[in-house]
Design a protein around this ligand. Structure first.
Ligand SMILES: NC(=O)c1ccc[n+]([C@@H]2O[C@H](COP(=O)([O-])OP(=O)(O)OC[C@H]3O[C@@H](n4cnc5c(N)ncnc54)[C@H](OP(=O)(O)O)[C@@H]3O)[C@@H](O)[C@H]2O)c1
Length: 281
């Protein structure tokens, strides 16, 4: 067990959902935090809620794809707290749409946030952890990192990339005492759907022949609400990844996530393709 109390942890994407729940849980456990997201107001409100004194929770608002913001996050952790014990790479969103129609700029933007910014922030934090011979990096992936679905494969491909990066980092940083963990959430009720709709609005509005399939996709998603998990289901795993003496390489939750990953492994591709195929509405 590696106690949470006084660990210094960076959490990106903390203005809502999984990042916010993780920040709450880690602060309750005594961790000191640097939290980041673009929306300054909810981020500042969370910092005040967790630590009215401002001494233990520091908010750095800004876009994680901006190199200056990433540097500010790391400088704040090292300058104010003197070290970094944990990095929770959580900021991310999904772009929906048929590959044929999504402008490459939107695809690139999704990779900038979900993959390249995560790699760049990790590159800033890793040397510091390596010098200290200890640290934990927790990447929030998704079951979409193993399961790609029609109309969702732009986002899914960012999470597939994250699987490979995390596996590589785990082996590269292990000799230096740094553990790297991937968490694969299933469907979690958060701001994710609204953010995906906003990011994909122009594509959905002009989806032409795909429009009836989009309706089917949305209908299937609404049905998933019955089995959806809560952000704290994932925050619990974040805490485990930061505190377990020997964390597992990967965790997933809630139960439907484990089941879907198992079925993906078990079923022939043709059968799985049928299960996720497009349906008109
Ligand atoms: N919800 C799910 O079903 C689900 C399933 C699997 C994996 N995940 C993953 O879990 C992570 C958290 O998602 P969530 O479900 O908690 O959704 P969410 O409620 O929309 O939270 C996403 C967070 O990321 C932040 N963010 C997005 N783009 C950013 C940027 N460019 N710079 C800085 N912060 C940024 C958002 O804050 P601002 O808008 O204020 O910047 C927000 O705080 C994501 O990586 C997502 O892919 C979610």
């Amino acid at each position: 067990m590696r106690p949470l109390a006084d660990q210094v942890v960076i959490v990106t994407g903390a203005s809502s959902g999984i990042g916010q729940a993780s920040a709450r849980r880690l602060a309750r456990g005594g961790a000191r935090l640097v939290i980041n997201a673009r929306r300054a107001e909810p981020l500042a409100a969370l910092a005040r809620e967790l630590d009215p004194s401002g001494a233990r929770v520091r908010a750095i608002p800004g876009d994680i794809t901006d190199a200056a913001v990433r540097q500010q996050i790391v400088d704040e952790a090292r300058g104010h707290f003197g070290r970094i014990d944990g990095l929770v790479n959580n900021a991310g969103y999904g772009t929906r749409g048929p590959v044929e129609l999504v402008p490459v700029d939107l695809i690139r933007r999704n990779f900038e946030t979900n993959v390249f910014a995560l790699i760049a922030l990790t590159q800033l934090v890793a040397p510091h952890m390596r010098e200290r011979g200890t640290g934990r990096i927790v990447n929030i992936g998704s079951i979409a990192g193993r399961i790609a679905r029609p109309l969702s494969s732009i986002y899914d491909s960012t999470k597939h990339a994250l699987e490979a990066i995390t596996d590589g980092l785990r082996g590269e940083l292990a000799p230096f005492g740094i553990e790297v963990v991937l968490i694969r959430p299933g469907f979690i009720l958060s701001g994710f759907l609204d953010a995906a709709n906003e990011a994909s609005g122009p594509v959905i509005a002009n989806s032409g022949v795909y429009a009836p399939y989009f309706e089917g996709f949305r209908h299937d998603y609404r049905r998933l609400h019955r089995i959806a998990g809560h952000p704290d289901d994932i925050a619990r795993l974040v805490e485990k990844a930061l505190t377990a003496r020997h964390p597992a390489p990967r965790y997933s939750a809630p139960a439907h996530a484990k089941l879907l990953l198992f079925l993906r492994w078990l079923l022939p591709a043709r059968v799985f393709d049928r299960a996720v195929r497009l349906r008109k509405r």
